[in-house]
Design a binder for this molecule. Structure first.
Ligand code: SAH
Ligand code: SF4
Length: 351
């Protein structure tokens, strides 16, 4: 038994050394890391994060500007068929107020996130982006799938980054979970975003029913092949008003391991400690920041709207103000000896 344990640890060390030195692992090696307890892996990811990204943490202010969505993703509380959700759409001046608050609070990036809400035509979004870009702040969009021309228009209006998770690279699972969407189109969207020069973020959900360890390894390989500039990993949090209401809840540890492997294989990218991680594990974001992450996305959405942006249940800080969120996360970050970055935090920025 002891020999077995020692051999297993030796094999894990060997794989981690290879990842640290060569930045590449084959699928079997990734699977071995995903099947490990994650301790060595997270330690190594923390070391690599420090070496390539330093101790700075980038804050991205998240504005959840509409919870209206035309899609029906099986896992998400904003899905069109969820009739229990009270829908809202912020007005342009409300969004700009949030942006002003972000600028005054020292944020260098705002993330505009919403359901796939077609009220926001290209024209309206471009006007908004141009208005925001009058401030010295980077703009990230997270609004779902649009055409090449639309992505191009937002880019020309000044958008810097785009977040679009692939969610899973298991094609059959993707089709099952997204009845009215196309896997091929999602991949095409990501390629279009890269081609247009966006800093492109993607990522996956961890803990989907029938998702295998093998398919999580494929997800990681996909991020590397796409050369994603950001990768966000979300543990699935089952929402009671969705078809995945009864899915497994206990997805933190696996999500953390996926994230740590991404750091080893993609040492210079931006990796958020996701809100979903904090929502299911106390101090989840701090654990993530100590396991490879270098970004946090504090919620900037005001008042009642926070509760209504219910992608998943028990989201943290739904009764807090943006002021409280920024102070809380700053003190947590400083308590682990990390610093808040004062740059826009592009991938290529050294720190
Ligand atoms: N509509 C846009 C952006 C908003 S959704 C889009 O889909 O790209 C943002 C992310 O929330 C999704 O990419 C998904 O990974 C995550 N999400 C949705 N439902 C979730 C759940 N139940 N648990 C954890 N994350 C979830
Ligand atoms: Fe809509 Fe995004 Fe939720 Fe899918 S994940 S239902 S696209 S908000």
């Amino acid at each position: 038994m002891k020999d077995y344990y020692n051999n297993k640890q030796a094999l894990l060390s060997e794989i981690i050394n290879k990842a640290e030195n060569e930045r590449i692992l084959n699928k079997e090696e990734i699977i071995a890391l995903l099947n490990s307890d994650g301790n060595l892996l997270c330690e190594s990811a923390d070391k690599i994060r420090k070496k390539y990204k330093g101790d700075f943490v980038h804050l991205r202010g998240l504005i959840e500007f509409s919870n209206i969505c035309r899609c029906n993703c099986f896992y998400c509380g904003l899905r069109a068929e969820n009739k229990k959700l009270d829908r809202y759409r912020l007005k342009e001046n409300e969004i700009l107020q949030c942006v002003k608050f972000a600028v005054n609070s020292g944020y260098k990036t705002v993330v505009l996130q919403s359901g796939e809400d077609l009220y926001w035509t290209s024209e309206k979004l471009c006007t908004l982006i141009k208005e925001i870009k009058k401030h010295d702040i980077a703009v990230t969009l997270s609004i779902g799938e649009r055409s090449f021309e639309e992505y191009q228009a937002y880019k020309n209006a000044g958008a810097d980054r785009f977040l679009l998770r692939i969610e899973t690279t298991d094609k059959n699972l993707y089709k099952h979970l997204h009845p009215d969407m196309s896997f091929e189109n999602r991949i095409q969207c990501l390629k279009n975003l890269k081609k247009l020069g966006y800093e492109t973020g993607t990522g996956c959900l961890v803990g989907l029913p029938n998702q295998t360890i093998e398919s999580l390894a494929d997800d990681i390989i996909f991020f590397k092949e796409l050369d994603a500039d950001m990768v966000g990993i979300g543990p699935l949090i089952p929402h009671p008003d969705t078809p995945l209401a009864n899915a497994n809840k206990d997805n933190f540890d696996m999500a953390l391991k996926v994230m740590a492997i991404v750091r080893l294989l993609m040492p210079d990218i931006n990796i958020p400690a996701t809100t979903a991680m904090e929502s299911i594990r106390q101090n989840g974001r701090i654990i993530a920041l100590n396991s490879g992450a270098n970004v946090v996305m504090p919620n900037m959405t005001q008042g009642e709207y926070r509760k209504k942006y219910e992608i998943y249940p028990n989201k943290i800080c739904i009764n807090d103000s943006p002021e409280k969120c920024i102070n809380c996360i700053k003190s947590k970050i400083e308590s682990i000896g990390r610093k808040i970055s004062e740059t826009k935090g592009y991938r290529k920025d050294a720190r």
